[in-house]
Design a binder for this molecule. Structure first.
Ligand code: MN
Length: 146
């Protein structure tokens, strides 16, 4: 099985972040499903059967914790690993993510390379040394919007 067969669902309401993360994941060979709201994320998880979910916590309708709790209560989706991605950086975020059923936790801002490294690690893929997508823009930073 190649990495190209792995599908990642990206739940992220910030368009800039969503484009950057999705582009990086596709660049690395993953198939990417995208959702903007927690409600869309739940639906995409049910319809698209992703292998991994990256769940922004601050999303409209259902927040990331609520969406995670729903997916982890559903026999159809509970096996899908969910990595919470939060901008809050509050001390209890990791604990709250765990209680919601998240399988991992990443704090924003996170570079596309660091995101890919975590996704690769989840799939047991050796960590390549990712090059910036555009060498003229080595940071590819996330900006401050969430
Ligand atoms: Mn957000």
């Amino acid at each position: 099985m190649t990495v190209a067969t792995k599908t990642v669902l990206l739940v992220e309401d910030n368009e800039d972040n969503r484009i950057i993360y999705a582009t990086a994941l596709r660049y690395a060979g993953y198939s990417v499903l995208e959702a903007i709201t927690g409600t869309q994320g739940v639906q995409q998880a049910r319809d698209g059967a992703p292998d991994l979910i990256l769940m922004d916590i601050s999303v409209p309708e259902l927040d990331g914790w609520e969406a995670t709790a729903i997916l982890k209560a559903d026999p159809l989706t509970r096996h899908i690993p969910i990595i919470a991605v939060t901008a809050h950086a509050l001390p209890d975020d990791a604990e709250r993510s765990r209680k919601a059923g998240c399988d991992g936790y990443l704090a924003k801002p996170i570079s596309p390379a660091a995101l890919l490294t975590e996704v690769d690690r989840r799939f047991g893929r050796p960590t390549p040394s990712y090059k910036p997508l555009r060498p003229s823009d080595p940071e590819l930073s996330m900006g401050s919007g969430f």
